[in-house]
Design a protein around this ligand. Structure first.
Ligand code: PLP
Length: 402
């Protein structure tokens, strides 16, 4: 039987130079060599175990990269200074001028803006499709297409990509399937379902303490090394390198990811079920009413649940804003973007994290102004949280009291 990713992460042992239980942090941007020849060979990428300059790699970044490769079951992983640093490096690495990208239309707003606007500078064009329709994805592929891009669980609509079916399609057309797994680490392992490259914003669940931005690219050793190539590597040349101190702290937080994800999922499931019973329009992959509930069940690891994100549509932006302000006042969480914190975070994506998507397109994809995205926290007593949240909704007439 395959060992679990969480156990593989815990099995990785790195000791500090004085026998510390955590690895020493590499507090240097540059490394000395006794021989000039070894320096030259290292520059050429021919010296195993030697470090040259931290933008290329550092021991702390390599440790974190190894742990993330263990998380996603890939050969290798590189770490970046942000999720966007990881995403933009992958796109720039895979595409040349004149190329085309097929992407899910419901993705993080920053990624959408990069694919829709920024890559045009390089004469790269993107088509945005309903990722749950394999026919629509196939229809959008042209001879210029260089990659298929999606999020395993999409931000903010929580659409579920059928990664196996997409990978079969990608292989048929000899395209890499790139999957952003930020919303569902451990819940879904896209690499095991056929994705070629798995991306994370480590800023979210993986770090889990909302104290830094960071990103990762998990894939084959060949692809990860190509990103670091001194002549042509987007990671190396665009320069979004993660700081070693941050890499060390993220690695420590990653060790407890399995416990946190289970609790986020348990709490989100409780609230989703109860608010749906109260008559609210709740979207959560764990609910039978979610259009891709069966698909989620097929590709998830049941042990970790359905993830910590849910959305509730409260009808209007006014309702959404009033509810979020009241919930914050009652200390239920924070009116803040991002996710994966111990405290519940909520925001209205239409006017925040997805505001890069034009209004007509938001409408077309079902992203309404009254939609609130919740990243459910690690509350110990979720029944109490539910009672207080429900009370906020009742006092604003969002849930009608009888
Ligand atoms: N991918 C997803 C799904 C996200 O939600 C985000 C940020 O919200 C990103 C990528 C970008 O990550 P970062 O903010 O770390 O650059």
């Amino acid at each position: 039987m395959d060992s679990k990713a969480s156990d593989n992460i815990l099995d990785l042992q790195y000791f500090g130079e004085f026998g510390g239980v955590n690895p020493s942090i590499s507090d240097s941007s540059t490394y000395t060599f006794i021989s000039a020849k070894t320096m030259f060979d290292t520059f050429e990428g021919n010296t195993e175990g030697c470090y040259l300059y931290t933008r290329h790699s550092s021991p702390s970044n390599l440790y974190l990269g190894e742990a993330l490769a263990a998380l996603e079951g890939t050969e290798s992983a590189n770490v970046y200074a942000s999720g966007m640093g990881a995403i933009t490096s992958v796109i720039m690495q895979l595409c040349d001028a004149g190329d085309h990208i097929v992407s899910s239309r419901t993705i993080y707003g920053g990624t959408y803006a990069f694919l829709k606007n920024f890559v045009k500078k390089f004469n790269v064009n993107s088509s945005f499709v309903d990722i749950t329709s394999i026919e629509a994805v196939e229809k959008a592929i042209t001879p210029q297409t260089k990659m298929i891009y999606c999020e395993a669980v999409s931000n903010p609509l929580l659409e579920i990509a059928d990664i196996k079916a997409l990978s079969i399609l990608a292989k048929k057309h000899k395209l890499p399937l790139v999957v952003d797994n930020t919303f569902s680490p451990l819940n879904i392992t896209p690499g095991k379902l056929g994705a070629d490259i798995v991306i994370h914003s480590l800023t979210k669940f993986i770090n889990g303490t909302s104290d830094c931005v960071a990103g990762a690219v998990c894939g084959t050793t060949e692809f990860c090394l190509s990103l670091k190539d001194v002549n042509n590597g987007a990671g190396m040349l665009l320069g979004s390198t993660l700081d070693s101190l941050r890499a060390a702290s993220i690695l420590k937080n990653l060790r407890t990811l399995h416990i946190r994800i289970k609790k986020h999922s348990e709490n989100a499931m409780y609230l989703a079920q109860h608010f749906e019973k109260d008559g609210l329009r709740v979207v959560y992959p764990g609910l039978g009413s979610h259009p891709s509930h069966a698909q989620m069940n097929k590709q998830m690891d049941q042990e970790y649940g359905y993830g910590g994100i849910l959305t509730i549509d409260v009808g209007t932006l006014e309702n959404a804003n009033a509810l979020m302000e009241l919930m914050q006042e009652r200390n239920l969480g924070y009116l803040a973007v991002s996710l994966g914190f111990y405290k519940t975070l909520f925001s209205a994506p239409g006017t925040s994290t997805s505001s890069e998507i034009p209004l007509e397109e938001q409408k077309e994809m079902g992203l309404s102004n009254g939609l609130i995205r919740f990243s459910i926290g690690l509350d110990n007593d979720i029944e109490r949280t539910y009672r207080v949240m429900k009370n906020c909704m009742e006092s604003l007439n969002i849930i009608k009291t009888v």
